[in-house]
Design a protein around this ligand. Structure first.
Ligand code: ADP
Ligand code: MG
Length: 687
C-alpha cells in the first residue's frame, strides 16, 4: 500500500506522543497497520430494540426515558435507574458511580443505552451499560456493526474505533492498488478491509467469527501468497550464495553400510540417496528429514556427514539436549572411529582449557565432525571449512540459532548445506507455509521387528493399580519409565517433582531398583544413571521430560506419563517413542489428573488412537494452533495479520498456484505484494 501505507499514525487526529508510543509497542506504526488490525467480533448497535422485545443475554440498544434514579443500599451500594420506552421498563444498575452521574439521570431525561440484558431482582436489567443522553434531533443509530478490536493495556475500544475509522476514511479516498491477479475474489483489497471494519447490519456474524467470510478469505489469500513469495525469494538469495559441491563417495558409503550390524531399511537408503544428490550440487541443500521416533534418522545423518568429511569439509551435528548429543556421540563414535574420523565435543559444560583446545581444533579444521548442543552457536566458535550442518529435532531450536550456525561456514565459501531432522512431523499444510520450498525426505518405514505401543488413559485415582502394573512388568525382567511433567519450564521444580515421585515409588515398591534422572544432575551422574538403566541394573527410571528425545533402551517396554494433559501431543508422541524399541509388546499409560477438560481429552485420545506421527501432528495443529506446534510462539514467527491456520488451510493449494502464476504472469506485482504484507521482513525462512 503506497499512499496511505506510508502515513505514520502520528498524523491521525487524537494521536499524541503517548498514544503513538503505545501503538508502536503494539506493532502499529502506520495507517496500513491499523487497516490490518481487524476486529475480533462485532456488536450490533444498528437498531433499537423495544424493551418488551428484549431477550435475556443479548447485547442490545435500548432507548427510553428515565423514570427514577436512586442510590440503593443493599448488599452493595448501587445506583439504580428505571427507564421506560412505552413498551416496558428496564433497570440500569451501576456499582461504581459518581454523584455527577446520578445527577445526570434526572427523571424525564431520554437515554440511549447499550449493554447486555440480564434478569435481575427487579425484572430485566443492564449492569453498567454504556449510555448517553439523547438530544432533540439525535441522529439515528449506527449504520454498521460496531467492531470490537483486539487491544492491549492503555488503548480503549473507542480509541481503536476512532483510529481505524480515520484509516478507513483515508482508504476510501485513496484506495490502494489491487495486487492479486484479477478474478481471485469477489472482493478487492479495499472493499474487503472496508467490509471487515464496518460490516453492514445484516452481515453474517457467525461466519465472520470463524474467519470464513469471503472478505476475510480474500485478505488471507493475499497474505499467504505474499508470505509464500517472500520465502521463495529468501531461498533464491541463499541459493545464489552457493555452497561447496560435495561429490558422492559410493564405495566409501557401501563399506560404511556393510560395517553396520543391521541392514539399512529401504526408506533409509532412499533418503540417503536424496541427500547424496543434494550435497553434490554447488547450491546449499536445505532438506528436512522427517521420520517417526525410532525410524533411524541418525544413520541417515551419519551417511551425509561421511560424504562431507570425505570431501575435506567439516560437519557440525547439533542436538537440543545434552543427553541427546551424548547419545549421538556414542553412535557416531561407534560408526566413525574405525574410519579414523576425528571428532570433537562441544557443549555448554565444556569449559576452560578443554574448551579452548576444542575451539582450536574446530578452527584449525583438525576436527572433522563436531557434535554438541546450542554451544555450537556461540560467537567464538569458528570453523575452518564447515560444509554441512545437521540439526536434530529441529523444532526445539530457534531460527536465530540455526542462522547463527550457517553463518559460520568461513569467508568466501558460500553457505554450508543443511540437514534438519525431526521426529515431529510438520503437517504438510504447515510446512508449505512455514518453509515454502524446503525439500522434504520422509523415512516412512521402521526397522524390522518393532511393535506398536498400546496406549491407555488412566485417571490418577487409580494410581495404585498403575504402580502394581510397574511392579509386575519389572518382575518379568522388563524395564519401565515413569515420567514426571510440570508446566513450568523450571529445571529446579521439575527436578523436585521427580525426586518426590521417586521417593514415593520407592516406598511403595521397596524391593525395586529405582533410578532418577533430571536436568539438574551433573552430566557424569546422568551418564551413570543412563548406563545403569541401559545395563538393566535399574528397573524403573523416574525421569523428567529430559528423556524426551533420542534415548534408546530396547528392553524398556512400559512407560507411565504423569499429567500428560500438560504436554503437547508431539511431545507425548516423542516420549512414548522411548518404548516399543525392542521385541516385547510395549505399553504407555497416560496417568491424567481429573477432571480432564474436553480439549485435553481429545488430545489424549488422538494419542491413544494413533501411533502415526503425521496424524498426531495434524491433530495437534487443530487443537493447539501453529505457534505451539512449530515451537515458534516466543519468537513471534508465523503470526499472520489475517490468515488463520487451520481455518484457512483450504486456501493453501490456491496459494501455491497463485504464487507460481504471479511469478510468471505478474512479476511486477511480486515486490509490492511482499512489501505490503511483510513490512518488518520475515527472517525465519532462513533456516
Ligand atoms: P530416530 O529416528 O528416532 O533418531 P535412531 O536413529 O535413534 O532413531 O535409531 C533408533 C534405533 O534403531 C537405534 O538403536 C539404531 O541403531 C537402530 N536402527 C537404525 N536403523 C536401523 C535398521 N535399519 N535396522 C535395525 N536397527 C536400526
Ligand atoms: Mg533421533
Amino acid at each position: 500500500m503506497t499512499g496511505i501505507a506510508a502515513i505514520p499514525v502520528r498524523e491521525l487526529r487524537g494521536v499524541g506522543p503517548k498514544l503513538a508510543a503505545r501503538l508502536a509497542d503494539y506493532g502499529v506504526h502506520r495507517v496500513d497497520d491499523l487497516l490490518f488490525h481487524l476486529p475480533l467480533r462485532y456488536q450490533d448497535r444498528t437498531r433499537i430494540t423495544p424493551i418488551a422485545a428484549a431477550r435475556e443475554g443479548a447485547d442490545l440498544v435500548i432507548e427510553g426515558e428515565v423514570r427514577a434514579a436512586d442510590v440503593v443500599f443493599g448488599r452493595r451500594r448501587s445506583l439504580v435507574a428505571r427507564i421506560q420506552d412505552g413498551t416496558g421498563t428496564l433497570t440500569l444498575r451501576f456499582f461504581h458511580f459518581s454523584a455527577a452521574q446520578k445527577n445526570n439521570l434526572q427523571t424525564g431525561t431520554r437515554l440511549r443505552c447499550f449493554g447486555q440484558v440480564r434478569r435481575g431482582s427487579s425484572g430485566l436489567e443492564m449492569f453498567h451499560p454504556e449510555y448517553r443522553p439523547l438530544d432533540e434531533g439525535e441522529p439515528s443509530v449506527e449504520q454498521a456493526l460496531t467492531p470490537i478490536y483486539p487491544t492491549t493495556e492503555g488503548i480503549g475500544q473507542n480509541q481503536w474505533r476512532n483510529l481505524c475509522g480515520q484509516a478507513l476514511a483515508r482508504l476510501r479516498r485513496d484506495p490502494p492498488r489491487d495486487l492479486l491477479p484479477p478474478g481471485c475474489s469477489p472482493y478487492d483489497l479495499a472493499r474487503a478491509l472496508d467490509y471487515l471494519h464496518a460490516p453492514p447490519p445484516d452481515a453474517p456474524q457467525a461466519q465472520l467469527r470463524e474467519g470464513r467470510h469471503p472478505a476475510q478469505q480474500r485478505l488471507a489469500l493475499e497474505e499467504l501468497v505474499a508470505h509464500n513469495l517472500s520465502l521463495q525469494r529468501l531461498r533464491q538469495q541463499q541459493r545464489a550464495e552457493g555452497a561447496p559441491a560435495l561429490a558422492p563417495r559410493a564405495a566409501l558409503m557401501a563399506d560404511f553400510l556393510d560395517s553396520l550390524p543391521f541392514a539399512a531399511t529401504g526408506a533409509q537408503q532412499r533418503v540417503l540417496a536424496e541427500i547424496a544428490a543434494d550435497l553434490a550440487q554447488p547450491v546449499p541443500m536445505l532438506r528436512l528429514v522427517q521420520g517417526d521416533v525410532g525410524s533411524g534418522k541418525t544413520l541417515v545423518a551419519a551417511g551425509a556427514a561421511l560424504q562431507a568429511i570425505a570431501n575435506g569439509y567439516q560437519v557440525a551435528v547439533m542436538a537440543p539436549t545434552e543427553i541427546l548429543a551424548e547419545q549421538h556421540w556414542g553412535s557416531f563414535s561407534n560408526w566413525f572411529q574405525p574410519l579414523s574420523i576425528s571428532m570433537e565435543w562441544l557443549s555448554g559444560r565444556t569449559k576452560g582449557k578443554k574448551r579452548e583446545a576444542a575451539l582450536q581444533r574446530i578452527a584449525s579444521g583438525e576436527a572433522g565432525l563436531v557434535i554438541g548442543t546450542h554451544a555450537l552457536f556461540q560467537q567464538d566458535v569458528a570453523f575452518h571449512r564447515l560444509g554441512l550442518v545437521i540439526v536434530d529435532e529441529q523444532h526445539r531450536f530457534g531460527v536465530h540459532q540455526r542462522l547463527a550456525l550457517t553463518a559460520k561456514s568461513g569467508p568466501g565459501q558460500g553457505k554450508p548445506h543443511q540437514l534438519v531432522m525431526t521426529a515431529t512431523p510438520i503437517p504438510r499444510t504447515l510446512s508449505m507455509v512455514a518453509y515454502a520450498d524446503l525439500d522434504c525426505s520422509i523415512i516412512d518405514e521402521l526397522p524390522p521387528g518393532r511393535q506398536a505401543v498400546s496406549t491407555v488413559l488412566i485417571d490418577n485415582n487409580r494410581r495404585d493399580q498403575v504402580v502394581a502394573r510397574v511392579a509386575a512388568a519389572c518382575s518379568e525382567g522388563r524395564q519401565a519409565y515413569w515420567v514426571c511433567t510440570l508446566i513450568e519450564e523450571s529445571d529446579a521444580l521439575q527436578a523436585q517433582a521427580a525426586e518426590a515421585t521417586a521417593a514415593e515409588l520407592q516406598l511403595a515398591l521397596p524391593d525395586l531398583a529405582i533410578g532418577l534422572i533430571h536436568g539438574r544432575m551433573k552430566p557424569a551422574d546422568k551418564d551413570a544413571v543412563m548406563s545403569a538403566f541401559k545395563a538393566g541394573a535399574i528397573a524403573l527410571l523416574v525421569a523428567t521430560t529430559v528423556i524426551e528425545v533420542g534415548v534408546d533402551v530396547p528392553n524398556a517396554s512400559l512407560m507411565i506419563i504423569e499429567n500428560p494433559e500438560r504436554l503437547g501431543l508431539a511431545q507425548l508422541h516423542q516420549l512414548r517413542g522411548r518404548v516399543g524399541r525392542g521385541s516385547a509388546a510395549s505399553h504407555c499409560v497416560l496417568l491424567y489428573q481429573t477432571p480432564l477438560g474436553a480439549n485435553s481429552r481429545q488430545r489424549l485420545q488422538a494419542l491413544r488412537e494413533s501411533s502415526d506421527g503425521f496424524y498426531i501432528a495434524e491433530r495437534d495443529l487443530e487443537l493447539r494452533g501453529p505457534g505451539e506446534v512449530l515451537g515458534t510462539r516466543q519468537t513471534g514467527l508465523l503470526e499472520f495479520r489475517v490468515a488463520r491456520l487451520p481455518e484457512h488451510n483450504h486456501l493453501l493449494e490456491r496459494v501455491q498456484q497463485l504464487a507460481v502464476e504471479m511469478g510468471r504472469d505478474f512479476p511486477e506485482l511480486v515486490e509490492p505484494l511482499i512489501n505490503r504484507w511483510t513490512g518488518q521482513a520475515i527472517r525465519f525462512a532462513e533456516v
